[in-house]
Design a binder for this molecule. Structure first.
Ligand code: SF4
Length: 363
């Protein structure tokens, strides 16, 4: 979709505004009325979607909206950001919180599933609400307490737990905070002597890349070793703006890795996945994990069969540079954590059997 067309629906906005993350954030498309003004994509389905939005609100930055194809309601980026009535239909075997995160919080919003790491959900807000989000249960809930209040409790808990060496700052998307608030979070954790590493989980390089500014990078640099994980799911998301954002982080000494989610109609075929992985390699972003989509209520229609994912990964393994290969994993509840999905297909087994002499005791 053309950026100029979108801008024409914001009468006072300029090109300069477009490049400003605050403008992008404040002007997210959150109503069906605004969406209908900009694109006719949902015209026939408008009525039904009101119900979806009551359960799972919509939020899309004008930037991310500019990447969708206006005439294709099954475009891979459309599927990720535009609501679908299937979100409120029956979702077999799905639940709001399949990873049991709510029961793994020693203090509010601090998820502890492993002995040496915790995940701090510092906000419920996101630049764009991804329809496949495994925390979409929080979208319609307002934060009852202040950031400072929540942060104090989390920091106290981590400070009293010397076995924790890493904090993952997540949400929601922590980069929806301004630099001042983000630094308050980083500096509070960084002051804990036994913490070795901080990690940020954020999708802003994909959905609002203008958030990565020189000032932000200067500030982040002070908190190294700091790792940054993002989520590109489709090659069309690797735009020059997104590439520039990742590059700025890397130049500040912050390694950027990618955790994709395997999504039906988005990236569940070999060609798309290869283009995504090679595209990431070109912008020096490490393909780290490919997550099998969790059984989350409201995401059933975007889930694939695990055998489809396995077949795709096996083909990629044969035809794709090893440096570009992520690990295909399923996240399981509680302390089981991430489990690699590795079963061998008949064809790979045959390949191994053909070369039995390579192994002492292959069966
Ligand atoms: S950015 Fe992350 S937390 Fe936010 S909606 Fe997307 S997947 Fe969920």
């Amino acid at each position: 979709m053309n950026k100029k067309i979108i801008l024409s629906h914001y009468p006072d906005a300029s090109e300069k505004d477009w490049k400003n993350w605050r403008w992008q954030f404040q002007n997210r498309v959150t109503s069906l009325k605004k969406l209908a003004e900009i694109t006719e994509i949902l015209m026939p389905r408008q009525e039904k979607l009101h119900r979806v939005l009551c359960t799972y609100p919509m939020a899309i930055t004008p930037y991310f909206l500019s990447l969708i194809e206006p005439d294709d309601e099954n475009h891979p980026l459309t599927l990720q950001c535009i609501p679908d009535e299937k979100e409120v239909s029956v979702s077999p075997h799905c639940s709001d919180d399949p990873l049991n995160e709510d029961d793994s919080m020693p203090v509010p919003r601090l998820i502890r599933r492993y002995p040496d790491r915790v995940l701090a959900m510092v906000t419920r807000s996101c630049a764009t609400n991804c329809r496949h989000c495994n925390r979409k249960r929080f979208w319609d809930k307002k934060d009852p307490s202040t950031l400072k209040n929540r942060l104090d409790k989390m920091v106290r808990y981590v400070a009293d737990s010397p076995e924790i060496r890493e904090v993952i700052i997540s949400g929601g998307d922590p980069l929806t905070y301004d630099d001042h608030h983000l630094e308050m979070i980083l500096s509070s954790f960084a002051a804990i002597p036994h913490l070795e590493v901080l990690r940020i989980g954020s999708r802003v390089p994909v959905v609002m890349p203008m958030r990565i500014t020189k000032e932000l990078c200067r500030m982040l640099k002070r908190y190294r070793p700091l790792w940054f994980n993002t989520q590109f799911n489709h090659p069309s998301e690797i735009t020059p703006d997104a590439g520039r954002a990742c590059n700025m982080l890397q130049e500040a000494g912050i390694p950027v890795s990618n955790q994709s989610v395997l999504l039906k109609g988005v990236n569940d075929n070999e060609d798309t996945m290869r283009r995504l992985l090679y595209g990431l390699q070109k912008i020096s972003v490490r393909p780290y994990y490919l997550f099998h989509c969790d059984p989350v209520k409201g995401c059933y229609h975007l889930r694939t069969e695990m055998t489809e994912g396995l077949n795709m990964m096996e083909n990629l393994l044969k035809n794709c540079s090893g440096l570009a290969m992520p690990q295909y994993v399923a996240d399981l509840p509680g302390q089981s954590g991430k489990v690699p999905i590795l079963a061998l297909s008949r064809s790979l087994k045959n390949d191994l059997q053909k070369h039995q002499d390579f192994f002492d005791n292959f069966e």
